[in-house]
Design a protein around this ligand. Structure first.
Ligand code: HEM
Length: 532
């Protein structure tokens, strides 16, 4: 890993912080294996795992189509997808946070890892890179009244053998249960769970083997619906017996659920497993606070379980000028200390491992004539141990360019002339530069009904923004307006200018916190210089 890796960075934040590009705590929806509504026996985790299976179930191993591709967004009206759990998962949980780097399908897949971890199950490693379908997939979700032969054929088409089928059903039916509203013939007296525990454990297996189960797809008035019984007993209970230990159940399910969420249409290439970064530059940009040009950086560290943050820890940001007589730390290095300390939200995966994520926010006033070339951090735990340097594996964290900067603080919303909301997004371009082209690309994956990705390109035009707060010295403003039907939390913007034939880009910028948003508030860091 080397910073910056925008897709990796975005996926890593989802996996381990559980939050999206505007900080919305999506992973937290399943925290503590909670119920969406206290009246439900099912958990959010159960809903998320079922949804992922139903999305994947459209895979056809014979022609390589379908799989975990978010086609479920277009399949909710099918009988095979009945249930408020599926509707809530799609519309409330997974329709607002997908973005340029994280697809809806990635969110559905990650939902399985979050869900299982939140219910004390195994850690399921996650890969990103799924591609969202534009339309519904084939029919393919098995239903309880179908025969064993038909189920075996369904799972074969999805890429799973008869014994995988037994395992995968058990790995799913350890969570949640059957709802009266959806299957009144199976559970006429109200919702019933598949086993007696809420958590992700092997009770679904042990209760079946012990003959004490009340799984409604086993113990049911009309045996037509006893699909779990037919599946579990289909090999004379050999597979179920082999799963009858907590350890085996968890390792088996971790592997199988990974296979389930990594079942994607042919041609889709998944990333490597997203590993936790012990230290991470979460965001770094030149921007302005008020009309002061700042170098804004969030640095995230990690604390192992039960190890508090050292009380005397000091974290420093160091950087070199990019322009002027001290360029590249010729003679002097800039230092900012006393950042604003905070804690990042942790996802259920990180929480299950007991890891906490202290953060250090720097907003260092800078001068456009000096700017920033590369930066790094020094951490002194204040306990006599050696000072640690974090410098991106030796080369420092490099600021790619300072020609173009995003200015959310002087961006704004307004009502569109023909309806909707105008996003008036503002960037700064260095005063001495004259772009031959300036554009904005906006990506919006929001909404269930809208297509999975709206990609809008508009030209940026030079403007003078009236009145304070005005643009920082050294920069002039350009703006572009994007009209959306309503405020969209998933809209992100890429800006691009061409100056003297060279393209400069500021990309993947959030658009929700703009203008006077408190999220943009910063305490300016104190800056000194040291000889280098
Ligand atoms: C032959 C295969 C399967 C059949 C016939 C089947 C059938 C069902 C039925 C009827 C329900 C009740 C849904 C409701 O009341 O809304 C259910 C729930 C559930 N299924 Fe399956 N299922 C199968 C395979 C799987 C697989 C492979 C998984 C995941 C690996 C899975 C995960 C779940 C989960 C987690 C729930 C609980 C949902 C909740 O409580 O909200 N199922 N299943």
């Amino acid at each position: 890993y080397q910073w910056p890796s925008p897709q990796y960075d975005a996926l890593e934040q989802f996996v381990f912080e559980g939050t999206d590009h505007i900080g919305l705590d999506i992973g937290g929806v399943t925290r503590d294996c909670t119920h969406r509504d206290p009246s439900l026996k099912s958990t959010v985790a159960a809903e998320w795992v079922r949804l992922a299976y139903h999305d994947m179930a459209t895979h056809n191993v014979d022609d390589g189509t379908g799989g975990l591709d978010a086609s479920i967004f277009f399949e909710l009206d099918r009988a095979e997808n009945v249930g408020q759990g599926n509707v809530d998962t799609v519309t409330l949980d997974f329709s607002v946070s997908a973005n340029k780097y994280v697809s809806r399908a990635d969110l559905i897949a990650l939902g399985v890892s979050w869900a299982v971890a939140s219910c004390s199950g195994p850690i399921i490693p996650f890969k990103g890179g799924r591609v969202d379908a534009l339309t519904a997939g084939r029919l393919g979700v098995p239903e309880p009244q179908q025969t064993l032969q038909s189920h075996t054929e369904s799972f074969r088409q999805q890429g799973f053998s008869p014994s995988d089928m037994i395992r995968l059903v058990a790995c799913g039916h350890t969570l949640g249960g059957v709802r009266n509203a959806d299957f009144p013939d199976i559970v006429p007296n109200g919702d019933e769970t598949f086993d007696t525990t809420t958590s992700y454990d092997h009770a679904v297996v042990s209760e079946y083997i012990a003959g004490t189960t009340s799984n409604p797809l086993i113990v049911v008035q009309d045996s037509t619906f006893a699909s779990d019984l037919r599946i579990f007993s289909s090999d004379g209970n050999v597979t179920m017996n082999s799963l009858n230990s907590e350890e085996t159940f968890k390792t088996t399910c971790s592997t199988l659920l990974q296979r389930m969420v990594n079942t994607v249409p042919n041609g889709v290439v998944l990333t490597d497993t997203i590993e936790f970064l012990l230290a991470k530059v979460s965001s770094a940009q030149i921007t302005q606070v008020g009309s002061q040009l700042v170098f804004d950086v969030l640095f995230r560290l990690s604390q192992p379980p039960n190890v508090p943050v050292p009380p005397n820890r000091s974290v420093k940001l160091l950087w070199c000028d990019a322009r002027g007589q001290f360029t590249n730390c010729n003679q002097r290095t800039n230092v900012a200390s006393l950042p604003v300390a905070g804690t990042a939200v942790v996802s259920p995966i990180t929480e299950a491992q007991g890891i906490t994520l202290p953060t250090y926010q720097f907003a260092a006033p800078i001068d456009a004539a000096a700017s920033v070339s590369k930066f790094w951090f020094q951490v002194d735990e204040g306990d006599g141990s050696p000072v640690q340097t974090y410098n991106n594996g030796g080369q420092g964290y490099i600021i790619q360019q300072d020609q173009l900067i995003y200015l959310p603080g002087i961006s704004s919303f307004s009502l569109g002339n023909s309806g909707g909301i105008n996003y008036n997004l503002v960037v700064g371009v260095r005063t001495e530069s004259n772009p031959t082209s300036a554009t904005l690309h906006a990506f919006d994956k929001g909404g269930v009904q809208s297509g999975p990705l709206t990609d809008i390109t508009v030209n940026l035009v030079p403007v003078t923004i009236a009145g304070p707060p005005n643009v920082a010295p050294g920069y002039k403003t350009y703006t572009a307006t994007v009209n959306r039907p309503s405020i969209s939390t998933s809209l992100t913007a890429d800006f691009q200018v061409i100056i003297d034939g060279v393209t400069y880009t500021e990309e993947f910028k959030q658009t929700l916190n703009i203008g006077n948003s408190p999220a943009l508030d910063r305490t300016l860091s104190t800056v000194t210089t040291i000889p280098s």
